[in-house]
Design a protein around this ligand. Structure first.
Ligand SMILES: [Fe+2]
Ligand SMILES: [Fe+2]
Length: 183
């Protein structure tokens, strides 16, 4: 399927705001791919698709988990916000035939993981600093993302863990392991 047809499907699957966010992630991912050395088309595709299952309800998410034989771990069962990163990879692999790099960068865009690949770092950070993002410290993180991707990952993972804790939630073990790994 060509990119324009995929964009159309994404726009029909998401609210206008989240679709714009996804376009921002795709554009940012392309810039990062050029800078750090990943295929631009792959980066664009991963960016536009990363949240494609995010607006499905819990029952639809569960139906996808059933379909793709996904089992959630203890940190994921009560964290529906993480589910879209788990259901999207098999869904986009089946529907659009995306590469392993695209699927894996979508898989780890919410939690990170120990030993992230360059594509995984690019989508994680593009999601964090795309132009519509506005939060305390976004400018600093944005700059760092374009100057030192590993330092940016360290900062982003710490900020993400802090935010989860602030919201009274448990930090996913993948995030904790990613922070340890990057030290
Ligand atoms: Fe997401
Ligand atoms: Fe996102």
């Amino acid at each position: 399927m060509d990119y324009e047809s995929i964009v159309k499907i994404v726009s029909e699957s998401l609210s206008e705001k989240r679709f714009k966010h996804s376009e921002g992630v795709a554009d940012t991912a392309v810039k990062l791919a050029r800078q750090y050395g990943w295929d631009e088309n792959e980066a664009r595709l991963a960016g536009i698709l990363h949240d494609i299952t995010k607006e499905l309800g819990p029952d639809e998410q569960k139906a996808l988990m059933e379909k793709y034989s996904i089992t959630l771990d203890e940190d994921e069962k009560d964290a529906p916000k993480l589910w879209h990163a788990i259901t999207a990879p098999p869904y986009i692999s089946e529907r659009f035939g995306v590469s392993e790099d695209v699927a894996r960068s979508v898989r780890y865009h919410t939690t990170g993981r120990a030993g992230m690949s360059l594509p995984e770092k690019i989508i994680y950070l593009a999601d964090y600093v795309e132009p519509m993002r506005d939060f305390d410290g976004v400018e600093k993180l944005r700059k760092l993302t374009f100057s030192d991707i590993d330092e940016a990952m360290k900062l982003a993972l710490r900020m993400s863990a802090e935010e989860v804790r602030r919201n009274g939630k448990k930090v996913h073990h993948n995030t904790l392991e990613a922070i340890e790994f990057m030290k």
